[in-house]
Design a binder for this molecule. Sequence first.
Ligand code: ADP
Ligand code: MG
Ligand code: ZN
Length: 484
Amino acid sequence: MSALDKYEPVIGLEVHAQLKTKTKLFCSCANEFGQTPNTNVCPVCLGMPGVLPVLNEQSLQLAIKAALALDCTVNEYSKFDRKQYFYPDLPKNYQISQYDQPLAVNGKLSLPDGSTVRIHRIHMEEDAGKLVHAGAERLHGSAYSLVDVNRSGTPLVEIVSEADIRSSEQARLYVQELRLILLYCGVCDGNLEEGSMRCDVNVSLRLKGTEKFGTRAEIKNVNSFRSIQRAIEYEIERQADLLDAGQKIVQETRLWEENKGCTISMRSKEEANDYRYFPEPDLRPIILDPAELKAIKLNLPKLPAEKREIYLQEYKLNSEEAYILVEDLERGEYFDQTVKLTNSPKKTASLINNAVYAILNESKKSIADTRLTPERLAKLIKIIEDGVVNDSTARNDLLPELFETEIDPLELCEKKGLKQISDESAISSEIEGIVKDFPEQFAELKSGKDKMKAFFVGQAMKKFKGKASPNIINKILDELVQKA
Ligand code: ADP
Ligand code: MG
Ligand code: ZN
């Protein structure tokens, strides 16, 4: 019997997302990743005595956007608090965070699978520095550790979900959708590998059919979609084994070991009172105007769920096409701009996904580096739709050049002599000739073997060097079959 037959997992996530600001949360150091260690610092983020923090207005705006995009109530009054603890990556020995009066509460996030996860709270805080452990992945077992304070003072929002998640798969979906929302709002760059989004996973088990939550373990260091799922799956098995053996779960903080694929105990769970929270005396409380909040909410961009809905319901794209266009922001934006200029969402999506991006991926370029503006792609689509050029000629013989030059698609088509042949009588007489040349194949087509149709279309295309209208070829073939 598997653990999931007997127990139901209860999961809540705490996601830290770095805000995409120019400067840090309380000082004017750049908010940038990947600089020489300990060069991007100043007395404020180094925690020198006597310095004063000043709140970065842009970070507040971004945090509010995130909160509103997640349907939270943004508090008109919130404040900062000091969370005291010692660790070598924390020069001040306290972190400026928000404790009992956070920026926002009571939100929700709807997932593509139809489920909803409630958001408990969102608060702002500063990031700590980073320890680099020599010769090991973590402190334990390393010969020595280096401190890099560049990251300290980076603005974060911590987004805490309710324990509404019931499977490892749903947890992954939640983080993926959250990432997309933050990306769409320009709040966070969503770069998990660089640590722009970091996730703590809380997992407990309860017997199926019971209400009361079990004791949870909090797992840190889960930093990819895959490891979120793996860590939860491991933790479910570990806790189920303990419970089956009649043992108790210890409430503790555990570390996900990516290489070994397991979680290990890190420390017993700290309580809020361990941190000696108190109000930050050097910062004023955050007081917000409800009218301003309303305006920010109204100005939020279209969110992924809304886009998915439009693509599927209004544009009738299939779910794979919609998925790709929602997932890849640049591609989605390019599609939106192009589709506004054409009347054919399906053709536009197919051309962008199958032809345009195939060429881009091969050349490792982004669409902005090419000359294929939405306007020019729309023109290409128009001449395909008007029957001036057929689809495969457009993809194979026109598109590559449209990336490189400014030439008008129609002009290029004429210049290369690729205009589609739509002269029905010319096509018809060629096909009649082909039918005579291949009597056996034609007999098969007549007897209902539809596969033979492709053969005749191919033969006809050969005669016209690929330029004949496939619609007309098909129409004439159908007529011949019926007549015969
Ligand atoms: P902290 O970890 O800072 O003590 P909370 O008590 O607010 O904070 O809980 C953090 C996260 O743990 C939340 O996402 C919450 O939903 C989740 N959580 C709380 N209790 C449980 C539980 N018994 N099982 C699983 N997740 C839980
Ligand atoms: Mg926690
Ligand atoms: Zn600084």
